[in-house]
Design a protein around this ligand. Sequence first.
Ligand code: MLT
Length: 395
Amino acid sequence: MLTPNLSYANLKDSYLFYHIAQKTGAWLNEHPGARLYRMGIGDVSLPLAPAVIAALHAAADDQSVKERFHGYMPECGAPFLRETIAGYYGKRNVSLSPDEVFVSSGASDELGDLLDLFDRSNRALIIEPAYPAYVDANIMAGREIVHLPSGPDNHFLPLPRPGIEADLIYLCSPNNPTGAVFNREQLAAWVSWANARGAVILFDAAYEAFIEEDLPHSIFEIPGAETCAIEICSLSKTAGFTGTRLGYTVIPKALERGGLSLNAMWVRNRTTKTNGISYILQRAGAAVFTDEGQKQIHANIRIYKENARVLMAALDEAGIRYWGGKNAPYIWMECPGGMGSWEFFDRLLNEIQVVGTPGEGFGACGEGFFRFSTFGDPADTREAASRLTALLRKI
Ligand code: MLT
């Protein structure tokens, strides 16, 4: 008889954002006609940039003409997009060859799929609080997880220390959920730790476009990263592609383990397991990196940053400690009055109809904290901030 993957028994009953969607759905059923101010999941509220829409239309037209029609696309990405993305890194003095860039359907899909490259016996080091998919994907793969807690004492940016035994390490910077960003020296410490022990860093750069201070956008700005890191990025948050789906992964050719090239292994994997990303979406993705596209996506990012400013002002007025918001689209606050994070979630939902994300959902050390996404509609965010101010006065 077939044996299912028994590791699923080690997962929580449901995935964090699915659980929240179910909870808020149930609340809406009990309160017909009520409206919610959603600042939970980091889903964008602004439409795609005009340059992206124009590229989507033009690419759809290409598909209607025999001479410009595209069938299967190259599994690792269209050359035009791989070159464009390599050029984007080049502007930050990171020199990549286009075949070190793989076009993907998004960072979350890729973070799970990449685990195919590593043996189950490898231990995964996850800095917590963490994006819950890191943990869940490794549990599904039956891999041992080493949890490295972080907190206000180290500004949610822990560094390697003796005694940490792991083979794969997840670094997310700017961080989801805390908004903390590693500086060059801190990343250099992780790079030298990984190179010294033959570990591999999975660097999640999904929020790099939100950095406004002089901080690294890519692990490959750090010398030595090319022999120990894979970078995963996405256009979801950068360019509003959450519902459109496009991302990219960088695997340097210099990255080898056990005598094997991880770049060549990933080519083998993609050519077997995918038929590439659609031509239309890859044209849309390329439009993001044009001068016009960059100007337009940064105009949207400025709107999300104004949302962050409004929320931070509400927390400042209430005297609540928080992190993030400046170089990241998330605000990570301390729950008021020592409240638990799910209790605070329920109070926000029931009393002011605001939805956020309880810190406990990002790992045990997230208990007592709460995350707001700044990707909401600006008018909703202003209303939510004023309701939050009123509630925090009462608590
Ligand atoms: C989040 O809210 O943490 C993200 O939107 C989830 C994701 O990117 O999948």
